[in-house]
Design a protein around this ligand. Structure first.
Ligand SMILES: N[C@@H](CCC(=O)N[C@@H](CS)C(=O)NCC(=O)O)C(=O)O
Length: 382
């Protein structure tokens, strides 16, 4: 799977890009955000070469080149390095405006940013839970990572395996607020997401109609290399949401330049249950995180949808995520803002979107993206 060369597009569909020079996508072939970026590059036919990073060597290189040790990074043919899938995708979209993945309708575009952010920041935790909590999932993932990304490390494989499992559990699952009191809630959340998405994908091939948008790319993060790969969530997906499983493969094989289908008019009714969830759990979580960052409290407790998360890690990056969502809203024309507000109010998203004043951002935080980042999503390893 690793170091796989993607063929250059034959039809020159991306005119401003030198199709003979693939970008180098470094990460892991089982990583959430690397998988998101691969789906983006494939749908847009941007040629890329996938490389599995090597630890600890690549941590030092990433720190020097992009400021943060996260995956994936992208190296452009001219030698520049990039980080952060959200901002990298926005950068590539601006380079190649033809066949872009952002809908022309400003409210649909705003919802794409909202769904992408939710997929990136909220679904990360259930994905980590399913991978690292069970022995079945953690055995598969730790073994694979040990053999690919830690292959230069001189240690017995069983030791690498145990090290990885401990690192991921203490950083992202048990050590990020998923205790015994919240496991059932995290799993119930996944089941509800599948039910909502199954309804959507029984009706149409992509979230907003007959062609993929940024929202589909966002959901490739949790689904492509986690829910549709790790043994436990994959079995649930197969049985409960076959149309969602089919969408995962459909997105992987879709080339936007070949899509003849159109998007729906307006916002589909069946987005309601997704927005309800965002208003009920994700935005309240972002606000609790903001309060913790403001208070300098690196661990915080929060009750979300009836589940108690104790000792969640604060994230400076996610303060910036909320600031970005607000900017996307404010950039819409007045009529779309009015329709957006009514929609967000109907689903309990409006009040939590604006609840916190004076966001505790660092000076110029993340303003160097996609070329330089200031903070990691969850900075436990720095
Ligand atoms: N916001 C970043 C998040 C990237 C990210 O957090 N990637 C994970 C792996 S999929 C990572 O590198 N985590 C760092 C670590 O575990 O130390 C993006 O969109 O690229």
């Amino acid at each position: 799977m690793s170091n796989e060369k993607q063929p250059a597009p034959e039809n020159g569909s991306i005119e401003t890009y030198d199709a003979r020079s693939p970008v180098v996508l470094s990460g892991s072939d089982i990583s959430y955000f690397t998988g998101k970026m691969e789906n983006y590059f494939r749908v847009r036919e941007i040629p890329y070469e996938l490389r599995n990073m090597q630890f600890p060597r690549d941590d030092r290189v990433r720190k020097r080149e992009v400021g943060v040790t996260q995956m994936p990074t992208v190296e452009l043919p001219d030698g520049r390095w990039m980080t952060d899938t959200t901002k990298m995708i926005q950068w590539f979209e601006a380079q190649f405006p033809e066949n872009g993945l952002l809908p022309a309708d400003p409210l649909q575009a705003f919802l794409c940013f909202l769904l992408e952010d939710w997929a990136d920041e909220w679904w990360w935790r259930p994905a980590m839970h399913y991978r690292w909590y069970s022995d079945e999932g953690s055995r598969f993932a730790a073994w694979h990572l040990a053999e690919t990304c830690l292959s230069e490390m001189l240690a017995p494989i069983a030791l690498k395996w145990r090290y990885l499992r401990r690192r991921q559990r203490s950083g992202y699952t048990a050590g990020d607020g998923i205790g015994e009191a919240s496991v059932a809630a995290v799993e119930a959340d996944y089941h509800r997401l599948l039910a909502s998405l199954e309804t959507i994908f029984r009706d149409r091939p992509f979230l907003l109609g007959q062609r993929p948008t940024l929202a589909d790319i966002g959901f490739a993060g949790p689904f492509f290399r986690h829910f549709a790969l790790d043994p436990v969530p994959l079995e649930i997906l197969r049985r409960q949401a076959p149309s969602v499983l089919e969408w995962v493969a459909r997105l992987w094989k879709t080339r936007i330049a070949e899509c003849r289908g159109t998007l729906l008019d307006g916002i589909p009714e069946d987005f309601g249950s997704l927005l309800d969830e965002i208003g009920h759990t994700y935005l309240p979580y972002l606000n609790a995180n903001i309060a913790a960052v403001r208070a300098g409290q690196k661990r915080f407790d929060v009750n979300l949808g009836g589940a108690q998360f104790r000792g969640a890690r604060y994230s400076r990056y996610r303060v910036w995520c909320l600031a970005e969502l607000r900017l996307h809203y404010e950039r819409m024309p007045a009529s779309a803002q009015a329709a957006g507000r009514a929609l967000l109010e109907r689903h309990g998203c409006w009040a939590p979107l604006w609840q916190e004043n004076d966001l505790p951002l660092l000076p110029d935080q993340e303003q160097g993206l996609p070329f330089r980042g200031d903070t990691k999503m969850v900075g436990f390893a720095e």
